[in-house]
Each structure stands twice: as structure tokens, then as C-alpha cells.
Design a protein around this ligand. Structure first.
Ligand SMILES: [Zn+2]
Length: 98
């Protein structure tokens, strides 16, 4: 087999999750893709599911979405990086206000 062909196939076979920007992490019994956004790319405000506070425009944070199932875009969630890091201490549906 010519060398050029082999190189191209290797590129195509590289999974998306292997990209340096996206990690896979567990939450609520599922696997989630996690992408870290810089403040410069945070152009909208979001509600963080961890603390129920606003993530303000220009704040570096993470966006997560299910690695399995149909959801994808509709199930995307934006979290404060700190809240995502401590998510196991605040189960989904917890509902307690501070
Ligand atoms: Zn938060």
C-alpha cells in the first residue's frame, strides 16, 4: 500500500473526543463532552445548573453535552468551570437556594 494512503486513513480515524479541546467526563450517570470556553468566546449569558447563578458575558466557563443518546444540542449546558468541578457535591434537581 502506498504510504500516502495510509497516512490519510489515520487522520480520518481520529475520534473527535481525542481533540485537545474536548474531554469526556461523567455526570449524573452519563458521559458528557466538556469543552472549555475562554472569556472571549463567551458572548452570551447563561444560567449555570450548578449554582443557578448567571454566567456573565465574557466569563470563561465550560459547555457540556451528552456523549451518548440523541440529545446533543438541546441538552447542552453551560457551567461555571468551578461548579462543573464540584458538580458531584450538587446532584441534579437538588433545588436548594443559597
Ligand atoms: Zn455556577
Amino acid at each position: 500500500m502506498p504510504r500516502a494512503n495510509r497516512r490519510r486513513r489515520d487522520l480520518d480515524a481520529r475520534p473527535l473526543a481525542a481533540s485537545s479541546e474536548v474531554a469526556t467526563e461523567p455526570y449524573a450517570g452519563r458521559s458528557w463532552y466538556v469543552r472549555r470556553l475562554s472569556g472571549a468566546s463567551a458572548t452570551r449569558a447563561y444560567r449555570c445548573p450548578g449554582c443557578h447563578q448567571e454566567i456573565r458575558v465574557g466569563t470563561a466557563h465550560v459547555v457540556v453535552w451528552p456523549a451518548e443518546g440523541t440529545g446533543g444540542l438541546e441538552e447542552r449546558r453551560h457551567w461555571h468551570a468551578r461548579c462543573w468541578g464540584t458538580r458531584h457535591a450538587t446532584p441534579p434537581g437538588h433545588g436548594t437556594r443559597r
